[in-house]
Structures are given as C-alpha cells and as structure tokens.
Design a protein around this ligand. Structure first.
Ligand SMILES: [Zn+2]
Length: 245
C-alpha cells in the first residue's frame, strides 16, 4: 500500500512540475483543519511531507489562519512553527478558507500546495488550475489527483501547441500568395547560409594541412623517448618509481 501511495504521489508531483512548473522547496500552505486532523491521527506533518513528496518542503500558513478564533490550541502550536505569510485580512477578518483562496488568486502564481480538511474550501480550490491538494484519510496524508480544472488547462495548452503551427502555416501561405513577406525573409537566410559554410570549410582545410605534419614528428619522438625511459626503469629496477623521482 505504501509503495502504491508513493508511486501515485510521484506521478502527481511530476504532473505539477511539468505542467505548472512547481519546484523545490515545495510551498505547502497548511490550515487549522489539517493540523487538527494530523494531531488526531498522530501524524508528524514536518516529518511526513518531505518523505511523501521525496523533496524539500516549505511549510507555511497565513497570518489570518494563525490568528483564527476557532483554532484549537494544539493546532495553533504546530502552525506557529511554520513560516507565516502576510495577508491583507488581519484588520478585517474573513474566514480562513477565503484567506487561503486569496493567496492563490486565479492562477496560483506562487505554486502553493494546500493542506486542508475543509471540504467547501477544496471544492472551490479544485476550480483553480494547478493547485495540488493534501488531505488526511485513514491515518495518512494523501496528495489528491489533479482536478478537472487542472487537466482541462493542460489539455488546452497542448491543443494550443497543436493549433499554433497550422496557424503559422496558413500565415505563410497567405504571405506567399501576396508575394511580399516570405520571399524577402527566405532569400536572406539563404545568402547567409552560402556565406557560412565557405569560411568554415576553408578553416578546417588549413588546420588539417599545416599543423599536422610537425606535430606528428614531435609527438612521435617525445613518445618514443618517454616509452624507453619507462621501460628501462620498470624493467631493470624492481622497486617502485616514486623513490627515484
Ligand atoms: Zn488572509
């Protein structure tokens, strides 16, 4: 079970790395509900997270979450050890879930993972592409599979890549029909290419022709001399070469 869980996590992490450029240390925003669940299940978040993600981890929370009135004392003690990210809601308190959502915006530009047991929060988090979610179930931390929004986003990007070359081709064909843009741009690189190979080939010929004959004779003589010396020293004297030098 553990190996399966690890494999699934690895697959999901590489999804976020590849498609949403997540990098170590992974930023994990933790809220009070997750901390309480960890306490109940005797899970050491700080120990488990790096093992589970197989990488460096930065656990953090927000100023508002830390000062939430509903927070239980045990959970608060855990969160106090994490990095506290500033947010704008300290003077006018809002629900912790709204604070965490505000940290992500529409695109999660800071690449936060979110660790929460708040189901209403997770449903709204799943609408933002590129937000990996942790939850605790059956005494273990689980990284949720990518949301539909994340998968849709990736698919759109991939489709965009497929469409763009065909659009480029249609633009080229239109320009060719007009007979203005493409011919000029095509002629220039051709001229450059013609200029390019000639000096390179000349240089190669010069290098091969001039320096090779003297080098061969010098190297050969030197090598022969050194070989003789080595043979004599190794053959006549049985003791190692170090004391002679
Ligand atoms: Zn806040």
């Amino acid at each position: 079970m553990k190996i399966k869980r690890q494999k699934q996590a690895k697959k999901n992490i590489s999804f976020y790395k590849y498609n949403f450029s997540f990098r170590e240390p992974f930023q994990i925003l933790v809220d009070g509900t997750f901390c309480q669940a960890a306490l109940k299940n005797k899970i050491q978040i700080k120990e488990q997270m790096p093992k589970y993600l197989m990488g460096e981890v930065q656990l953090c929370t927000t100023k508002l979450v830390l000062n939430c009135e509903q927070m239980l004392y045990g959970a608060k003690l855990i969160l106090q050890r994490y990095q506290v990210r500033k947010c704008a809601h300290f003077k006018d308190p809002i629900p912790a879930s709204e604070c965490l959502l505000s940290m992500l915006g529409k695109t999660n530009p800071h690449h936060y993972f979110i660790a929460t047991q708040d189901h209403t929060l997770t449903t709204s988090l799943k609408e933002i592409p590129g937000v990996p979610l942790f939850y605790i179930i059956l005494n273990t931390i689980v990284l949720d599979k990518p949301s539909e929004a994340s998968l849709d986003y990736v698919q759109k990007v991939q489709l965009g890549e497929l469409v763009s070359p065909t659009q480029q081709e249609s633009i080229r064909s239109l320009k060719e029909e007009q007979g203005l843009g493409p011919r000029d741009t095509e002629r220039r690189p051709r001229k450059r290419k013609r200029k390019g190979p000639n000096p390179l080939s000349c240089l190669k010929k010069k290098k091969k022709a001039e320096p090779t004959p003297p080098k061969k004779t010098e190297d050969g003589q030197k090598k022969k001399r050194s070989r003789h010396k080595r043979r004599k020293s190794s053959g006549v004297v049985t003791a190692p070469a170090a004391p002679h030098q």
